[in-house]
Design a protein around this ligand. Structure first.
Ligand code: AHR
Length: 714
């Protein structure tokens, strides 16, 4: 699985690296550049859904990210051979004798005694704590996602299934093979009584919060819940673990061990407040989910299993995932929809379309029909009336009101399927979806411009095509005007994944300059580009520790965090500002004398026979206006390290307020960036400026993204 996803991502990394080289600025024109905004023309409409978000489980986006659960591997299925994230607590190895063991109840060839501990079809693996001798306390500890975040005056909700017993005689049916593990010793069952639950330092010396539950004698699973509250004087730290302990002998079995801090708006099974707030602040119009590669899965059997992500956590087994770790699916279909609701954004649902990352596909026809039916059911869960089967399920899950949805995407990056099967697969999905839901618009994942030989040709032309671009800043600057030339009679474009890939784990200022330039091109053409979303959205920035691997798989991401804190990359602020300062009409704009610089030649150029460095502009712009509030939003990007004067001509405007609001993102060096320890190095700065008129000059700061909010009348 890893190999497959790496192949795909490496391809993109390589492409970016090949075209990356030294930053040389050559001014080809000394005259003051001039920008004319033609307000005499009505201008096209700005797409009302232009800026949104894209998400998938990558880089610990949810587990160890937006999803607030703090316990890593809460149902013990992350690794079949060891209880990853868990360890034995035994501080008195002289007087105590204890061990932990993963009990994989579905494995054959293990004694009946070990196989009898499933709670249901989802919770089939548990952890056994064997206490033969107990001096002080012994227990199990969870390390969390690179630590358990401890904050002052905070109430954590702990819950877990536990049962305590003594040794039961290993039982075997006569036809079963002999067990390979030695039988347990006789251990007195003293399990009934208080069980201590703590959030404590990793060395066990400081207890930040503690509570007990009273384990009753029962051979059956029972769920226990309690609240652990930290004191007001506790210092925030991630150097902490979650421990459940006892001082009595016996066999203790654990499953679905959960620890939740307070969540965004106290939603149950909810989201980290800091990260959700950053998303809400972006004011996105839609959320594309559940992937990305995460939709497809490494194999056909690993596609996003939306049905088993619904309902109580007890029913969610998790699944294989596409990025080298096992998602808990605590972040399920309904959680994605509630996330949309929190942001007042529409879902853009990706449905699995029968192609997986290893290259396997299911041909259109009867074999694909169950997948089409599955997608129809998923759509019914989202938009169906409560009288429908899946609409009723959604209501039972706590959300009777259908969600508003306009777009459904059929698959993800099906251009990787070079067999040409997408034409038939897309058509089969589209026809079935349109038949049942004529109001829905189906998006094709193959861009005509990029893959003319693979594009959908059967039946009606797809109404919308999804294009993906992962590039370096040079390529972004070079291609920022690519949509100026697109055919307006063709399908609309959804730029469903894109990013300037510079900086790791989050992007740097140069990437933000690439992003902003690229966004001016999308914005100027937003009669054509109806939606766009950056990817990937999230990254857990933790590097490898002795027990946990590095948290991320993909460099250059938008929002970074560890267990305690989060921060926006310079690209995050570009996204946020572009979405905030946006009118509803595009102002036709033209520029003269924009300085250019030579783009360094790449290996790809030499393959393509290009020997002379192409010149790329150094200044980029887009302008929109809001007719109602009589406001102009002008975005200008200076990608160079020199100040750049720019004459701005507001053609057709008789009256303009002398004062304007200026918002600037800038830095000293292209490599400048924000980090978890220095999260505010590059942030937007807002000021009031004057001297605005129908014609005025602004000097752009080096390496800057400027937004001018200009009032045009009264
Ligand atoms: O954004 C990371 C990955 O890039 C997505 O999962 C995939 O769609 C694309 O190849």
């Amino acid at each position: 699985m890893k190999k497959i996803t790496l192949q795909k991502s490496n391809f993109k990394k390589l492409f970016a690296a090949l075209s990356l080289s030294a930053f040389i600025v050559v001014y080809s024109n000394a005259q003051t550049p001039k920008l004319t905004l033609d307000l005499t023309k009505p201008g096209n409409n700005v797409s009302p859904m232009l800026y949104g978000l894209m998400t998938e489980e990558i880089n610990h986006s949810y587990d160890g990210g937006l999803y607030a659960e703090l316990t890593r591997n809460r149902i013990f299925k992350d690794n079949p051979s060891k209880p990853e994230g868990w360890s034995l607590v035994n501080e008195d190895t002289i007087n105590s004798k204890a061990a932990i063991k993963l009990m994989a109840t579905t494995q054959d060839n293990v004694p009946y005694d070990e196989r009898r501990h499933a709670i249901n079809g989802a919770l089939q693996t548990c952890l056994r704590l064997t206490v033969e001798k107990s001096g002080t306390r012994v227990g199990i500890a969870n390390e969390g996602y690179w630590g358990i975040p401890v904050k002052p005056s905070t109430a954590y909700r702990a819950s877990f299934y536990i049962k305590g017993t003594a040794r039961t005689e290993p039982f075997r049916w006569p036809w079963e093979p002999k067990p390979t593990t030695p039988p347990l010793p006789d251990i007195a069952d003293n399990t009934a009584g208080p069980i201590t639950v703590t959030i404590e330092s990793n060395d066990g010396k400081t207890v930040y919060a503690s509570g007990t539950v009273n384990l009753i004698k029962s051979a059956f699973w029972k769920k226990y819940e309690l609240t652990l509250t930290t004191a007001a004087d506790v210092k925030p730290t991630t150097d902490a673990r979650f421990v459940i302990s006892t001082n009595r002998t016996g066999l203790y079995y654990f499953n679905l061990v959960s620890l939740f801090p307070p969540t965004y708006k106290n939603q149950s099974n909810g989201f980290r407040p800091d990260i959700m707030q950053m998303l809400v602040d972006m004011k996105p119009k839609f959320l594309r989910f559940p992937g990305g590669n995460f939709l497809e899965g490494p194999l056909i059997t690993d596609a996003f299993p939306w049905k088993q992500t619904l309902g109580p956590l007890e029913n969610r087994p998790g699944h294989r995932g596409s990025w080298g770790y096992r998602p808990s699916d605590g972040m399920g279909l309904l959680e994605f929809l509630l996330w949309c609701e929190n942001m007042n954004a529409e879902p853009v649902l990706g449905v699995y379309a029968g192609y997986s990352l290893n290259g396997d596909h299911i041909d259109a026809g009867p074999l694909l029909k169950p997948y089409v039916d599955d997608a129809l059911e998923e759509i019914e869960y989202i938009i169906g009336d409560v009288k429908t089967y899946w609409g009723a399920k959604r209501a039972a899950d706590g959300h009777p009101a259908p969600f508003k949805m306009t777009y459904v995407e059929i698959g993800n990056e099906d251009w990787f399927d070079r067999t040409g099967s997408y034409d038939g697969r897309f058509t089969q999905f589209r026809e079935a979806i349109e038949k049942k839901y004529p109001q829905l618009i189906c998006i094709s994942t193959i861009a005509d411009a990029q893959y003319p030989n693979l594009k959908v040709t059967s039946g009606k032309k797809p109404a919308v095509l999804d294009e993906h671009y992962y590039r370096n800043s040079w390529a972004m600057w070079e291609n920022a005007s690519q949509y100026d030339k697109y055919d307006r009679k063709g399908p609309k474009i959804f730029v469903g994944e894109w990013a300037t890939r510079e900086g790791a784990p989050t992007t740097n200022l140069n990437a933000a300059l690439g992003d902003a330039a690229w966004m001016t091109g999308m914005e100027r053409n937003s009669d054509l580009i109806i939606m766009s979303c950056y990817a990937p959205l999230f990254v857990n920035v933790n590097t490898a520790t002795a027990t946990a691997p590095k948290a991320w798989q993909w460099d250059s991401d938008l929002i970074g965090y560890n267990a305690l804190n989060s921060f926006g990359s310079p690209s995050y602020y570009v996204q946020k500002l572009f979405s905030h300062y946006l009118g509803n009409k595009i102002i036709p704009a033209t520029a003269e004398n924009i300085p250019t610089q030579p783009r360094p030649l790449t290996r790809r150029d030499s393959t393509d026979g290009i020997t002379k460095a192409p010149l790329v502009p150094t200044v980029f712009y887009s302008a929109t206006r809001d007719a109602k509030s009589e406001t102009i939003y002008l975005k200008i990007i200076n990608t160079t390290g020199k100040q750049q004067p720019l004459e701005i001509n507001l053609k057709g405007i008789a009256k303009v307020s002398q004062d304007a609001t200026l918002i600037v993102i800038k830095g000293d060096k292209p490599e400048d960036t924000n980090t978890i320890t220095d999260p505010q190095k590059i942030v937007p700065v807002t000021s009031q400026i004057n001297g605005i008129g129908p014609v005025f000059t602004r000097t752009l700061d080096p390496y800057s993204i400027s937004i001018l909010q200009i009032k045009t009348a009264k």
